[in-house]
Ligand binder design. Structure first.
Ligand code: UD1
Length: 387
């Protein structure tokens, strides 16, 4: 319940019975994160949550599948913005979100991570003087050529409540002058909450067998970052790396649609008797089981780096840097710039051979969403949303 409902707050203002929170999501990982926070918010009476789906991801296996699997009610609004160049896609979101907020003005806007959806929602809300809470605040690659880095810099700057997952993320915010005002709380990682809350931490052998691989004897491979798909030399090294690894052990590659088009456009061959099995993008539970069963995960995804570690599987990240620096220190993850096929193969083999024995709990205790909901409840009780 919103504390002191109907009574007078410390500042003498009357408190309201109900506060509204609008969650804005659009891309696959955001559905997973928001589902777990949404459940925590639902346990607090006096908070009413609404969802806007921007439609950034629209293919059934990148969107609807996650709503079905995680039992998420359909969002009240789907803007259906679809794909396009960054400015075009973001502009469509800005326009669509503004129209919704014109009709239903929430007391707080919740945004996740670093996608164009995050940027658009934070921008519209700020321009309309609505407070924003940013979950996964403070992560930095320090590479502004990454669209995600620009998105999170802006989202953090515009947010009132900041929820970094780690102390390192909080330190980044402090360095940028965003650490004051008591509105920053290190909460842990909501993706870990999701893993534990859904039981996906326990792999399902049927899901592994269904993909034609044997537990402990294959590599799980994914790539979708612009830096790897939009540069011919890198894309060739990524594809070549999968093939080189496929000569050593079976490689399972659920292919993101963006990467599928890039490979086709570049005229590269993959998955044809080369030890690489190409499959369509997988749902949440298949992915978790396949991570858990892998000998190594090779990826450029942020989420998979952590999921590999949670399942105690070593990871190779096909990037120049990572936001999840704890995993590098713990040796659960290693960075490989995808410049040569052999480099990718050698890194994957070394990761398997040098799998760490220590498993420090880097990303919280699975209670991040509860902490976020509690902070939001207190924030409303403090009278910030007005009366
Ligand atoms: C986006 C995020 C990225 C996140 C990823 C999660 C940005 C800038 N990037 O990348 O940070 O890690 O989501 O998956 O927001 N496409 C389809 N069907 C879809 C969606 C996309 O075919 O349902 C194809 C289109 O060709 C599109 C391309 O994928 O142009 C890229 O999609 P987009 O949403 O722009 O970025 P992602 O690469 O998915």
């Amino acid at each position: 319940m919103v504390a002191g409902e109907g009574g007078a707050s410390a500042g003498g203002r009357r408190r309201r019975l109900t506060y509204t929170v609008t969650t804005v999501v659009g891309a696959r990982p955001q559905f997973i994160k928001a589902a777990v926070v949404s459940r925590a918010l639902a346990r607090i009476s006096g908070i009413q949550e609404h969802w806007i789906h921007t439609g950034q991801h629209y293919d059934p296996e990148l969107s609807q599948l996650f709503f079905d699997e995680l039992d998420i009610p359909p969002p009240e609004v789907n803007l259906g913005v679809g794909s396009g160049p960054h400015a075009t896609q973001t502009a469509r979101m800005l326009e669509g979100i503004e129209k919704v907020f014109d009709v239903h003005r929430p007391d707080l806007v919740l945004v996740y991570g670093d996608t164009n959806t995050t940027l658009a929602a934070a921008l519209v809300a700020s321009k309309a003087a609505m407070p924003v809470a940013h979950i996964e605040a403070g992560l930095r690659s320090f590479d502004r050529s990454m669209p995600e880095e620009v998105n999170r810099l802006v989202a953090d700057r515009l947010s009132t409540l900041l929820f970094p997952p780690t102390e390192a993320a909080r330190a980044n915010l402090v360095r940028e002058g965003l650490g004051g005002a008591g509105d920053v709380e290190v909460v842990g990682d909501v993706m870990y909450d999701a893993l534990l809350a859904t039981g996906a931490d326990r792999p399902d052998p049927v899901r592994i067998a269904r993909q034609g691989v044997v537990s402990g004897q294959y590599a799980l491979f994914t790539a979708h970052r612009a830096a790897n798909t939009d540069r011919a030399d890198r894309l060739a090294a990524v594809v070549g790396g999968a093939r080189a690894l496929g000569a050593v052990m079976p490689v399972l590659w659920p292919l993101h649609p963006r990467t599928r088009s890039a490979i086709a456009e570049a005229g590269l061959a993959i998955g044809d008797g080369d030890g690489v099995r190409i499959v369509p993008p997988l749902g949440y539970f298949d992915t978790q089981s396949l991570v858990a069963g892998a000998a190594v995960v090779v990826t450029d995804s942020g989420g998979l780096q952590k999921e590999a570690y949670w399942h105690r599987v070593p990871c190779v990240t096909l990037r120049d840097e990572t936001e999840w620096i704890e995993l590098l220190g713990g040796r659960w993850n290693r960075l490989v710039r995808p410049l040569s096929a052999e480099g990718v193969r050698a890194a994957a083999e070394a990761a398997i051979a040098e799998r760490p024995s220590e498993w420090p709990p880097f990303y919280g205790d699975g209670q991040a969403a509860t902490r976020i909901a509690a902070r939001i409840e207190r924030w409303f009780a403090e009278g910030h949303a007005g009366t």
